[in-house]
Design a protein around this ligand. Sequence first.
Ligand code: PEP
Length: 250
Amino acid sequence: MRRKLVAGNWKMHGGLARNRDLLDSLVQAMGKGGSADCAVCVPFPYLGQTQELLKSTAIAWGAQTLSEHAQGAYTGEVSAAMLVDFGCRYVLVGHSERRSLYGESNEAVAAKFVAAVKGGVTPILCLGETLEQREGNITEKVIAAQLDAVTQAAGVSGLANAVIAYEPVWAIGTGRTATPQQAQDVHAFIRERLAASDALLAQRMQILYGGSVKPQNAAELFGMADIDGGLIGGASLVAQDFLAICRAAG
Ligand code: PEP
């Protein structure tokens, strides 16, 4: 039985006072842990604060991207080792906003994935199709290309310490969630594609769903056979909503 994981993606939101309120509420409600794992992926400047507030709790934390390089003259970039210095367990890799707004290609995402694995941070690899691609019936082709770029760069064994998040781009921040069956179909496709290379790894892989997950739809999504939790954007900024989603996973 795969353990479920609910990870929050704060995106570029937050502030010291607001973060403290949010994290304090999460710690009070589930600091000792629950039956699902829980994590928050915060903006870089707040990693120190997050580490301080979460360090002796069951809630993990991480970042939202990283450099593909280990160190060097890369102004503005942040390496995997720097994330480890701040206790990060996770890092999002290939979020659709990074792909569409910052031009991260499948190959660039794969290089970041490799950097995370090498540096000892668990990548949460985000995959997903646009509405146009779904309507053009090429969802599986798009997901396969995104996934294959990573397996080619990291090797299948490189995915052993990774998490995958299926996030249809048309569902992110739009209030339009994939139906549980639509999500399940893509999750099953991802698992089958992994199983073609390594059946055990495929069976163990946590595949999260992301895209307008709310307290109202979380339980039904998490009840599907291949959905192992969620990657939560907007609702992760509201303590009561995030807590309700975490409870739905447990
Ligand atoms: C996300 O940012 O990864 C996301 C899924 O956002 P939302 O939950 O707001 O759709």
